[in-house]
Ligand binder design. Structure first.
Ligand SMILES: CC[C@@H](C(=O)O)C(=O)SCCNC(=O)CCNC(=O)[C@H](O)C(C)(C)COP(=O)(O)OP(=O)(O)OC[C@H]1O[C@@H](n2cnc3c(N)ncnc32)[C@H](O)[C@@H]1OP(=O)(O)O
Ligand SMILES: [Co+2]
Length: 137
């Protein structure tokens, strides 16, 4: 079912510092900060030759990453995102297999303009998984 690794997301306490580290120290192509209120985060995209890194910082009072940063004050890998052809069909298949789809179960538009769903980390060996519908090339 899953295709390419679309991105690895890292929750960070200081977005500017993290962006500078990826830009200056690691020499990556790094975007400006991009607020995504529908997901309660501000994101900086780091473009790599074969995938992307999302640097995430909480936005608003009810950010879904606030609890994670409270437990991991210095930051840490928050989720991984796999591409799928049909996110609704993938969500139904995963639910039938016993995985918990988070939220109300309906896909939301993610930071890349595509529908996404999140799957509970306890069902994937301690890793929060995002699936993103990416149109075939
Ligand atoms: C930029 C937009 C978009 C994109 O297009 O790419 C994004 O990526 S948005 C990213 C942010 N959005 C989300 O994360 C949405 C889905 N997340 C959630 O619904 C919640 O964060 C959560 C996964 C249900 C966790 O909720 P929270 O209230 O923080 O914690 P709990 O107490 O309910 O946690 C239960 C259990 O799970 C462990 N946990 C929590 N977060 C993670 C994580 N990121 N990775 C691994 N494990 C995680 C937590 O420690 C608890 O474990 P125990 O302590 O053992 O019970
Ligand atoms: Co993501």
């Amino acid at each position: 079912m899953i295709g390419k690794l679309n991105h690895v997301a890292i929750a960070v306490p200081d977005l500017e510092k993290a962006a500078n580290t990826y830009r200056e120290t690691l020499g990556a192509k790094v975007s400006a900060p991009h607020p995504v209120p529908a997901h309660g985060v501000t994101v900086v995209f780091v473009e790599l030759p074969n995938t992307k890194i999302e640097l995430l910082h909480p936005l608003g009072d009810k950010s879904p990453i606030a609890g994670f940063l409270e437990k991991n004050a210095g930051g840490g890998i928050h989720h991984i995102c796999f591409e799928v052809e049909d996110v609704v069909a993938a969500g139904e298949t995963l639910k039938a297999a016993g995985a918990r789809v988070l939220g109300d179960g309906a896909p939301k538009i993610g930071a890349h303009g595509n529908p996404v769903l999140f799957l509970h980390p306890k069902d994937f060996f301690g890793t929060l998984v995002e699936i993103e519908q990416v149109p075939a090339a």
